[in-house]
Design a protein around this ligand. Structure first.
Ligand code: URA
Length: 248
C-alpha cells in the first residue's frame, strides 16, 4: 500500500471515530469466497494486505467491550435511550449480522432485532437455513448494530454517532472473528466498507472488512414494505450465499 492509500485508510479510521490504535496485526488476504478459479489466479502471489493497525486492545473480550461502553454518554443518542443494545446470540458464532441501530422494541428490551424487522430476520435466517439443509437457529449466530442506542424517531444514525459507536462494533467483530459478516442495509455497509454506494449496487457480491468476507443485503425493515417484494427474493439469495459460505 502506498503512502496516499495508507493516509486515506487512517483518515477513514479517524472519521469513524477511532481514537486509539493498538498493536499491529499482519493480515494476509485470503481469496474472496466463490471468486477465484485456477484460470483466474494471478501469476504473482497476491500482495499481503498492509500491516493494519489493530482497532482493539490486546486480549480484548466482549465483557471488556461492555465495560468500556459502560453507561455511555459519548454521543447525543444516549439522551433518548432506555437500554443500550449491545448484541445477542452466540459470541463464538462464525456468522455475524450487523444492523443499523435499535428501534423502539429493541430499546425497551435491550436486545437487537426483536420487533417486526427482527421477526422477519429470524424467519429469513431460520427459513433459508432450513430449506438449504443447514441446521442453525437464530441463536446460533450473533446479531448486533452499528449504533447501540436508539436514534430518535428511528432516524438514520448521523456520521458522528456512527463514528463514536463504530469502534465498539469493530471490537466486537475482532473478538468474534467470524467467517463472514452480513451487513443489513446501507448504514451497516457504510460503517463496514466505508462506501457511499447503495445496497442495490453492493448486494449479492462479496466485499471485505479487514480480512473478513462481507455480504451486503437489504435491511429487513426495507423488505417489510409491500412494494419491495422483489428485494425480498434477492435478500434470500444473498442469505443463501452467506449460509453456504459459512456452514458448508
Ligand atoms: N433495526 C436495526 O437495524 N436493528 C435492530 O436491532 C432493529 C431494527
Amino acid at each position: 500500500m502506498n503512502q496516499d492509500a495508507l493516509r486515506e485508510l487512517l483518515g477513514f479510521y479517524r472519521d469513524l471515530g477511532v481514537k486509539e490504535l493498538y498493536a499491529p496485526q499482519s493480515l494476509p488476504a485470503p481469496p474472496l469466497p466463490g471468486k477465484t478459479t485456477i484460470a483466474a489466479m494471478p501469476k504473482e502471489p497476491p500482495p499481503l494486505l498492509p500491516v493494519l493497525p489493530s482497532l482493539a486492545p490486546e486480549g480484548d473480550t466482549m465483557e471488556r467491550i461492555r465495560e468500556d461502553i459502560g453507561d455511555c454518554t459519548r454521543c447525543r443518542l444516549h439522551q433518548g435511550r432506555n437500554k443500550i443494545v449491545f448484541g445477542s446470540g452466540n459470541e463464538k458464532s462464525p456468522l455475524v449480522f450487523v444492523g443499523e441501530g435499535p428501534g423502539a422494541d429493541e430499546d425497551a428490551q435491550g436486545l437487537p432485532f426483536v420487533g417486526r424487522a427482527g421477526q422477519l430476520l429470524t424467519q429469513m435466517i431460520e427459513g433459508t437455513a432450513g430449506k438449504e439443509g443447514i441446521p442453525i437457529k437464530r441463536s446460533d449466530v450473533y446479531i448486533c448494530n452499528v449504533v447501540k442506542c436508539r436514534p430518535p424517531e428511528n432516524r438514520t444514525p448521523e456520521p458522528d454517532e456512527m463514528q463514536t459507536c463504530g469502534q465498539f462494533l469493530f471490537r466486537q467483530l475482532l473478538v468474534i472473528q467470524p467467517m463472514a459478516i452480513c451487513a443489513l442495509g446501507s448504514t451497516a455497509a457504510k460503517a463496514l466498507l466505508g462506501t457511499r454506494d447503495g445496497v442495490m449496487k453492493l448486494r449479492g457480491k462479496w466485499h471485505r472488512w479487514r480480512e473478513i468476507p462481507v455480504m451486503v443485503t437489504y435491511h429487513p425493515s426495507y423488505l417489510l414494505r409491500p412494494y419491495n417484494q422483489n428485494a425480498k427474493r434477492e435478500a434470500w439469495e444473498d442469505l443463501k450465499k452467506v449460509l453456504h459460505q459459512v456452514y458448508d
